[in-house]
Design a protein around this ligand. Structure first.
Ligand SMILES: [Cu+2]
Length: 383
């Protein structure tokens, strides 16, 4: 309360005593406001955010089944349109510019439209909790300042009060900020934990490698091939109706409507794999493997950029994610010479080094087995 005591010698003490009756309703209103926000955060079931929270539980599986069933049932839907765009042979054709869903737009001020469950939740937290709080607090502080300037300047208030303590006001201006911080902490920690959930065991794995200055996308579950992705020439991009400096020659193709295990690493320096419209950013660090789950709700093209200053051409290694329904994704895998299988279909890795004991004549090899040392084993023919 040192501040308050100092304030007693200045006009602040006056503020705490004489017009306390006028100040109290204001602080009480603020306290109620904070409480209301706390309730909003604690019971998101009644808020728009609840619908968003449920997206993952209810809608996501629908999206997943939609993507697959649309191809089979040929229902009129967005996924069907993608199916229709493919040749009947089941081959792969890259999505056209009409499928761009995540990219920066001219004059925009807030977040890009979100296309993942985490993105919806984060956007809700920003729009429904943070922004209203910021506006309300700013207006209250501005109002208090103007009031003090007008009412308690030297001319209007020649004899300042010498009051230095007011327990009620002190309790209120301690409790209200605490309530506000709790209101923010609940959805904030929820979002944090959502972002660190582990992908399911059978999730498709895509390993993203940052290079100076391009990206490589490896599919270890599907034959282990790597797609190298460079920025497209500006003239070519414009000619194709794609955004210049964001379009790439080979996109990172993934299935929509299912969890994907994204692993990132750097081949040379630290890069960062970031796609704003997917609420996705994770560093790519040499010698480390970072991992996060990505769930894209619908087919489309989503643009991002390297977000860690990585050298001279850092600004020219864009990211283009192309999400496809499963059947089209499988067609793409095959067009790249990949396999459709899960981890068991991946080629067996060659042993890094032959064990010493297996090399004949090596110091650790030992004598060949005999009927005595290993009964039942076939004795090798004497050389
Ligand atoms: Cu980079």
């Amino acid at each position: 309360m040192a501040i308050l005591q100092t304030g007693g010698e200045m006009n602040l003490g006056n503020l705490a005593s004489r017009p306390a009756r006028r100040l109290l309703p204001l602080l009480a209103a603020l306290a109620l406001g904070g409480g209301a926000v706390a309730a909003t955060a604690a019971v998101p079931a009644n808020e728009p955010g609840a619908a968003v929270t449920n997206v993952e539980d209810t809608q996501s599986p629908n999206v997943a089944s939609d993507s697959v069933s649309a191809a089979a049932a040929a229902e009129p839907s967005t996924t069907d349109a993608v199916v229709g765009a493919q040749p009947a042979t089941g081959g792969y054709t890259p999505l056209g510019p009409e499928w761009i869903k995540g990219q920066p737009t001219d004059g925009a001020m807030t977040f890009q439209q979100q296309h993942t469950p985490d993105g919806h939740y984060a956007l809700w937290m920003h729009d429904a909790i943070l922004l209203p709080l910021i506006v309300a607090i700013s207006l209250v502080v501005l109002g208090l300042l103007l009031w003090v300037v007008a009412r308690y300047n030297r001319r209007a208030n020649a004899v300042p009060s010498r009051t230095s303590h007011n327990t009620l006001i002190e309790v209120i201006w301690t409790a209200v900020p605490v309530l506000i911080l709790v209101a923010i902490a609940v959805p904030s920690i929820t979002l944090l934990s959502r972002q660190y959930r582990s992908p399911p065991e059978d999730a498709l794995t895509v390993k993203v490698t940052g290079y100076q200055w391009y990206w490589g996308y490896t599919y270890p579950d599907n034959g282990g091939f790597e797609v190298i992705s460079n920025m497209m020439d500006e003239g070519d991009a414009i000619a194709q109706g794609l955004p210049p400096q964001l379009a790439v020659d080979n996109r990172m193709v993934v299935p929509a409507g299912e969890p994907i295990r994204i692993q990132t690493t750097g081949a040379d320096v630290i890069h960062s794999f970031a796609v704003p419209s997917l609420w996705f950013k994770i560093d790519a660090v040499p010698g480390r493997l970072n991992e996060r789950v990505l769930f894209i709700e619908e087919p489309g093209i989503y643009y991002g950029q390297c977000s860690e200053l990585c050298g001279a051409r850092h600004a020219y290694m864009p990211i283009a994610v192309e999400a496809l329904p499963r059947p089209q994704f499988n067609a793409w895998l095959l067009s790249k010479g990949g396999t459709l299988g899960g981890p068991e279909a991946a080629p067996a890795l060659a042993p890094a080094q032959e064990p010493e004991s297996g090399v004949e004549g090596a110091p650790g090899a030992g004598a060949p087995p005999t009927e005595e040392t290993a009964p039942g084993t076939p004795v090798p023919e004497a050389a």
